[in-house]
Design a protein around this ligand. Structure first.
Ligand code: C2O
Length: 558
């Protein structure tokens, strides 16, 4: 069945009928990591792909299915693939971040990612989780609800997946190497893309424009994914409102909006009613950046095309929020609420066993060979995370000493006015592979606080192995005495990646009921690379079914 998805990329409806009466099944995929020449923006270049496709193949599953994806690496880079947002209960071995849950798959080797899709349905995605290779190695994951369980919204006439990405003219790995050796951010991407295509506002895009045909009067479900490496994005369709119904594979209370905001790592499902004069309307994507850093103003477009309208009709552009529209961003995020019905409850931890407070710090270290004599760096609670040389999960499972420490501090060493006047001082940042140890089933509240160290900036944080509830957010310094009183503990949005606002904070809660080692990092590749990351070690529970599963036999070795 899985192979049908390859043959019929547009045959989603067919597939969903095909699956309708099927019980839980095993879906098998073969992913060949290879290098292919791809041309965009008047240039051709070799890129790393899965099965020669860009974006890569969509993985279809149904809630309750088992999925087996055999990844064979034919490229010159070591590889690992992360199934972003899948909870991987007890099964970090299939999570994928290189050196966290596995050693990378060496050139010429294979590894079978084998996992169950339990208690989740909706849109997620997969991507390379090593170096910056996810620039071209990514694709969608579509999890259909269990047979006989309808969506909690009207059934759409058709579904379409819209995957937003970034494109560089040059070899991305070279771009990163250059940035690192200069001590500067690597060059910005040359284009944004929708389903791998930048659209007609970029040169040589005739063949590289994605179009979606619609019929007047019908309603469509768009599964939207932001795979960009470094850009939060606004998205809108000219003349059409969007109704948000799901984020990060969790249903939300539906609300209508003229545009959505989506951070790298996040997904958003929207319904769109084709209720306008038949025509051609641009679907457009442009970055949101409200920090004092260079603004990237490039707009990727694709076309929402009513049936029977010739391609000669010029599409109109939507009105996107301006790139620095903080108030749109804050009010949009405020509207996100869990559906919280008996079938899809929001089980928010009400009492907290462990309070964590992490400060985000950007900084500069001395670097005599760099252009400014400094190299940019990043830290959480003044610790710049150092990648280990073997997988942390393996070290944890086999109790190998000396690979990591579990003394990551619960709060910054010295409190300060986090979002006050720009702070350039280095607060005594140290390096280390230091993790946070959590007791099985403990409830955790984590406040992530942006700081004005070097510059304030918005940071999309992603937690592997879990969803969490976003119980509160605000601008300025988090106030332990006042802010918790304003938390939403009834229907907060549940997700796996959350944007910490520029110069502000976000509070999340989760129950540490998934044993293993789970990466926690900023999903801006730029910042992850500089060390804005740590990991949680969640201990085993007492019962046999609360412990980390044994490692698969083909687990790659370093
Ligand atoms: Cu989508 Cu650790 O990543």
């Amino acid at each position: 069945m899985a192979s049908l998805a390859f043959l019929l990329p547009g045959g989603f409806i067919f597939l969903s009928f095909f699956f309708i009466s099927a019980d839980a099944a095993t879906k098998f995929y073969q992913f060949n990591i290879q290098v292919n020449n791809v041309s965009r923006l008047c240039h051709a270049k070799p890129i790393v792909t899965v099965n020669g496709r860009f974006p890569g193949p969509t993985v279809y599953a149904r809630e309750g299915d088992s999925v087996q994806i055999n990844v064979t690496n034919h490229a010159q880079y070591n590889m690992s693939i992360h199934w972003h947002g899948l909870k991987q209960f007890r099964n970090g071995w299939a999570d994928g971040p290189a050196y966290i849950t596995q050693c990378p798959i060496q050139s010429g080797s294979s590894y079978m990612y084998s996992f169950n899709v339990t208690g989740q349905r909706g849109t997620l995605w997969w991507h390379a989780h090593i170096l910056w290779l996810r620039a071209t190695v990514y694709g969608a994951i579509v999890i259909m609800p269990k047979p006989g369980t309808p969506y909690p919204f009207p059934r759409p006439a058709r579904e379409e997946t819209l995957v937003f990405g970034e494109w560089w003219h040059a070899d991305v790995e070279e771009v990163v190497k250059q940035g690192n050796s200069l001590g500067l951010p690597p060059n910005m991407s040359d284009a944004h893309t929708i389903n791998g295509k930048p659209g007609p506002l970029f040169p040589c895009s005739e063949k590289h424009t994605f179009a979606m045909e619609v019929e007047q009067g019908k309603t469509y479900l768009l599964r939207i994914i932001n795979t960009a490496l470094n850009d939060e994005l606004f998205f809108a369709i000219a003349g059409h409102n969007l109704t948000v119904v799901e984020i990060d594979a969790v249903y939300t209370k539906p609300f209508m909006t003229s545009a959505i905001l989506i951070a790298p790592g996040q997904t958003t499902n929207v319904l769109v009613h084709a209720n306008q004069m038949p025509g051609r309307y641009f679907m457009a994507v442009r970055p949101f950046i409200d920090a004092p850093i260079p603004i990237d103003n490039k707009t990727a477009t694709s076309i929402f095309q009513y049936r029977g309208i010739p391609n000669s009709v010029l599409p109109t552009l939507p009105h996107l929020p301006s790139p620095n529209d903080t108030s749109f961003a804050l009010s949009y995020n405020q509207k996100l609420k869990s559906l919280n019905t008996p079938t899809f409850p929001a089980i928010v931890p009400l009492k907290v066993d462990r309070n964590l407070f992490f400060t985000v710090g950007l900084g500069m270290n001395p670097c005599p060979s760099c252009v400014n004599g400094t190299r940019l760096t990043a830290s959480l609670n003044n610790i710049t995370f150092v990648m280990p040389e073997i997988g942390l999960l393996e070290a944890h499972y086999f109790n190998t000493k000396g690979v990591f420490r579990t003394d990551f501090p619960d709060k910054p060493p010295t409190p300060f006015n986090y979002t006050g006047a720009p702070l350039t001082a280095n607060l005594g940042t140290t390096k280390g592979t230091r993790l946070v140890k959590l007791t099985f089933n403990s409830t955790v509240e984590l406040v992530i606080q942006d700081t004005n160290l070097l510059t304030v900036e918005s940071h999309p944080f992603h937690l592997h192995g879990y969803n969490f509830f976003v119980v509160g957010t605000g601008i300025g310094n988090f106030d332990h005495n006042k802010d918790p009183a304003k938390y939403n503990l009834i229907d907060p949005p549940e997700r796996n990646t959350v944007g910490v606002p520029t110069g502000g904070w976000t509070a999340i809660r989760f129950t540490a009921n998934n044993p293993g080692v789970w990466f926690f990092h900023c999903h801006l590749e730029l910042h992850t690379g500089w060390g804005l990351k740590t990991a949680f070690v969640v201990e085993n529970g007492k019962q046999a079914d609360q412990t980390v599963l044994p490692p698969p036999k083909d687990l790659p070795q370093c």
